[in-house]
Design a protein around this ligand. Structure first.
Ligand SMILES: Cc1cc2nc3c(=O)[nH]c(=O)nc-3n(C[C@H](O)[C@H](O)[C@H](O)COP(=O)(O)OP(=O)(O)OC[C@H]3O[C@@H](n4cnc5c(N)ncnc54)[C@H](O)[C@@H]3O)c2cc1C
Ligand code: FES
Length: 249
């Protein structure tokens, strides 16, 4: 579905990271956490390509996204004001399998700007999973966002690379703190996802991956990644969430 949605707020959470809320019927189409939107950030043909951004939260007809100002497109996004309209296409792709954690212990592991899609996932697991634990990794204390929001949904362990908050190190350094877990959902930088795949080869692990996108609807094959058997998958259409081992990182 493509829709002009009205921006309700667009606030800087921490330096360079913004939370935007917009409203419209498209929100009711969101069935799976981990799916994403392709947002037209400018007017006319500049910039031409839509920007893929994950859905962080759905509340009635409102969608929340959290984005980092990365380049020209997200800079334009950050300058938008409440009341303005924004052209949104979505929800796109295949998200997290919520049913996989039904009656089980779910562990959600996010790194930096990869954490937002895990928030809606955690909300949806509240009534179905036996327990939900989060491990959120950031570079340092100044980069942490949504800590209280995650804490309100379950045990939340923070890691920072320099030890300025939480456990010093990477998300994998916090695994020994969480006890038993059955199903793991993760989103973050590729080195983090690789480390998780290596650390838990026998677990039911779902990973959300990023690839540069053009059409974002499965038509251009610009976002393909390779599978173990020599085939390929389109991240925008077949993913962005895959079972660990399904695609090569
Ligand atoms: C499925 C998916 C979900 C994402 N969710 C989020 C999110 O919730 N929050 C967030 O901050 N970022 C997210 N990203 C990354 C975000 O799409 C890029 O940071 C953004 O497109 C950069 O655009 P730009 O114009 O600011 O930067 P530029 O570097 O100027 O972008 C140039 C071009 O490269 C593309 N591009 C650049 N980086 C990426 C990237 N990492 N992935 C895909 N395309 C990229 C842009 O779409 C654009 O076409 C997601 C990416 C994907 C694929
Ligand atoms: S971006 Fe075109 S097929 Fe995925």
């Amino acid at each position: 579905m493509q829709q002009l949605m009205q921006i309700k707020s667009n606030n800087e959470l921490i330096s360079g990271i913004f939370e935007m809320v917009f409203a419209g019927d498209l929100a009711k189409e969101v069935k799976e956490p981990g799916t994403f939107l392709a947002i037209k950030v400018g007017h006319g043909f500049s910039p031409y390509l839509r920007r893929p951004i994950s859905i962080c939260k759905v509340n009635g007809n409102e969608i929340t996204i959290i984005y980092r100002v990365q380049g020209s497109g997200t800079k334009i996004l950050s300058e938008k004001k409440s009341g303005e309209m924004i052209d949104v296409l979505g929800p796109l792709g295949h998200g997290f399998n919520v049913d996989a954690a039904k009656g089980k212990k779910a562990l959600l592991i996010g790194g930096g700007i990869g954490t937002p899609p895990l928030y809606e996932l955690s909300r949806r697991l509240q009534n179905t999973a036996e327990s939900v634990t989060h491990i959120l990794g950031f570079a340092d204390a100044s980069q942490i966002f949504y800590k209280e929001e995650y804490e309100s949904l379950g045990k939340t362990i923070i890691t920072t690379e320099n030890g300025s908050a939480g456990i010093k190190g990477y998300v994998t350094d916090a695994l020994k703190e969480v006890g038993e877990y059955d199903v793991i959902y993760s989103c973050g930088p590729t080195p983090m996802l690789k480390a998780l795949c290596a650390a838990m080869p026998d677990k039911e692990l779902y990973i959300s991956i990023e690839e540069r996108m053009a059409c974002a609807i499965g038509a251009c094959y610009g976002c393909v990644c390779h599978t173990q058997d020599g085939g390929y998958k389109r991240v925008c259409k077949d993913g962005p969430v895959f079972r660990a081992g399904e695609v090569m990182l």
